[in-house]
Design a protein around this ligand. Structure first.
Ligand code: SAH
Length: 254
């Protein structure tokens, strides 16, 4: 029997945002690997083994799933959101690149999921309606000065910025420092969206502007969308505001 490894995106929230393809891959797996909080979102199925691991052990978790698949098993490795966005699919590729030759013969598939920035964007309108980029604010895997350079370049180039991993227990000052940089480059009224635990029971979405955006609003489950100079905020009586970035470049200033 030849082994299979499916790297499966669970989407950002509950099962409404799990694709049918991901559901089928999960149902067909003999063993599930993943960070414990993500595995908890997958319904228990009889006869299916579960291997939960710590969030920081990405390489070890990917290697364990590959070793298991190399024994001939059908293994699913789960990720929140999309597995290719700041998540496990890249860890699996890195382990295959540096691992035993046999791992290159495995049937490896990546099953996409809705990534957090799309879910947050959908809640407020269309902030990603024109050119945008995604950055992770985590300096666990890259130096802070590189993160700052990329933020500044993105803002100067007129990209809307989706900011993943804005804070963690060990990273408290970075988001404030990022806002300080962006305030030097973008208008005070630039819309900022805080989307927390979107698609889950404890979801919170908050729309504000860059001049008064409070870093303390963000936690590990928050994704931020920071507008460009073109991004508009439409207030509506009795309803939450809409945020959108027009598709026409006519308004883009040189
Ligand atoms: N692979 C995931 C991202 C992993 S990085 C994806 O594609 O979405 C983890 C970061 O994703 C968190 O710090 C947060 O910024 C964001 N995130 C994940 N789930 C979220 C949700 N339900 N609501 C808002 N942000 C979320």
């Amino acid at each position: 029997m030849s082994g299979q490894l499916a790297v499966v995106g669970l989407g950002p929230g509950d099962r409404r945002w799990l694709t049918p393809e991901a559901d089928t891959a999960l149902a067909g797996a003999e063993a599930l690997y993943g960070y414990g909080a993500y595995l908890d979102r997958v319904p228990m199925r009889p006869g299916q083994a579960r291997h939960a691991s710590d969030n920081r052990e990405e390489g070890a978790r990917a290697a364990a799933a590959l070793r298991h698949a190399a024994q001939g098993a059908h293994v699913a490795l789960v990720s929140g959101g999309d597995p290719g966005v700041f998540a496990m699919a890249a860890a699996v590729c890195a382990e295959i690149e540096s691992g035993p030759d046999a791992w290159r013969n495995l049937d490896v598939s990546v099953i996409p999921g809705i990534t957090a920035m799309l879910a947050v964007a959908a809640r407020v309108g269309a902030p990603l309606g024109h050119d945008f980029c995604a950055l992770s604010l985590s300096d666990n895997l890259k130096p802070w000065d590189l993160i700052e350079r990329r933020l500044v370049a993105a803002a100067q180039a007129g990209f809307v910025i989706a900011l993943y991993n804005p804070v963690s227990q060990a990273r408290r000052w970075q988001l404030g420092a990022a806002f300080d940089q962006l305030r030097r480059l973008l208008p005070a009224a630039t819309p900022v969206v805080f989307g927390r635990a979107v698609g889950r029971g404890d979801e919170e979405v908050h729309v504000t502007t860059l001049d008064i955006a409070d870093p303390a609003r963000a936690d590990m489950a928050t994704l931020l969308i920071i507008g460009s100079a073109e991004t508009r905020l439409i207030t509506r009586p009795g309803r939450s505001p809409l945020v959108y970035t027009p598709r026409s470049a006519e308004t883009v200033r040189a």
